[in-house]
Design a binder for this molecule. Structure first.
Ligand SMILES: [Zn+2]
Length: 230
């Protein structure tokens, strides 16, 4: 049988180009509950971003002046500022002074760290779990700091491969351990919602440095710990 061609991947019914859409009549759209989600972690609204979202709504064929959409540009501006807050944070600030001298030489691992990020190709979420481990070399970090490092790096526009490597690199920079291992298992809405590769929408990536790369025993211990479920 011939291999599945791109024609089979086309969405049905196909999307209507933005330039050919009728403008939506706001009076005929049912209104959502007023103020829904409005007070969620508000920050100072970026007016320029909000006006860009208003334009975006119109280009999608919507009526930005209908009641349900009136606050949407400000909401989206706030939400995007929050979802990309990692740009204004750095790993050093997250770690702070939570570094300790310690002669512990066995693997330290935090498993199932909740992870949310935005794919830089579609600005759609990908989300899942990160598993982070390192082999100390005279220095350890407060355990809660590892999820914090993941969080700062994930809250930027990312691709999963680079996210994985940046987390490993950050731990190497902060701790100078003898090895680092990071595994991320994530679902990508840009694949799931667009109907692309639904079967393979969970993606696994890993980054291993130092002993995690050189020693098969260390790598296997790491993978076994990820697989172990209580
Ligand atoms: Zn994407």
């Amino acid at each position: 049988m011939p291999k599945d061609s791109t024609s089979n991947r086309r969405a049905k019914p196909p999307a209507v180009p933005l330039s050919k859409r009728d403008q939506r009549d706001g009076r005929r759209v049912p209104e959502p509950r007023a103020g829904e989600g409005w007070d969620l972690d508000p920050v100072e609204v970026n007016a320029e971003y909000a006006s860009m979202v208003q334009r975006q709504l119109a280009l999608l064929g919507e009526d930005p002046s209908r009641e349900g959409l009136l606050k949407t540009p400000d909401r989206v501006a706030n939400a995007m500022a929050w979802l990309t807050r990692g740009y204004s944070q750095c790993v050093e600030d997250v770690v702070g002074d939570a570094l300790f001298e310690e002669e512990h030489r066995n693997m330290v691992m935090v498993r199932d760290i909740e992870l949310y990020s935005l794919c830089e190709h579609h600005l759609l979420p990908f989300f899942g779990k990160a598993h982070v481990a390192y082999m100390p070399n005279g220095r350890i970090v407060g355990l809660s700091k590892l999820p914090g490092i993941v969080e700062v790096i994930a809250r930027r526009l990312q691709v999963q491969e680079r996210l994985t490597e940046e987390i490993a690199g950050a731990i190497e920079d902060v701790l100078a351990p003898t090895g680092v291992g990071v595994v991320i298992e994530a679902y990508h809405l840009c694949m799931m919602m667009r109907g692309v590769e639904k079967q393979n929408s969970e993606m696994d990536t890993s980054s291993v440095l130092g002993t995690f790369r050189e020693s098969q025993a260390t790598r296997e211990e790491f993978l076994a710990l990820i697989g172990a479920r209580s």
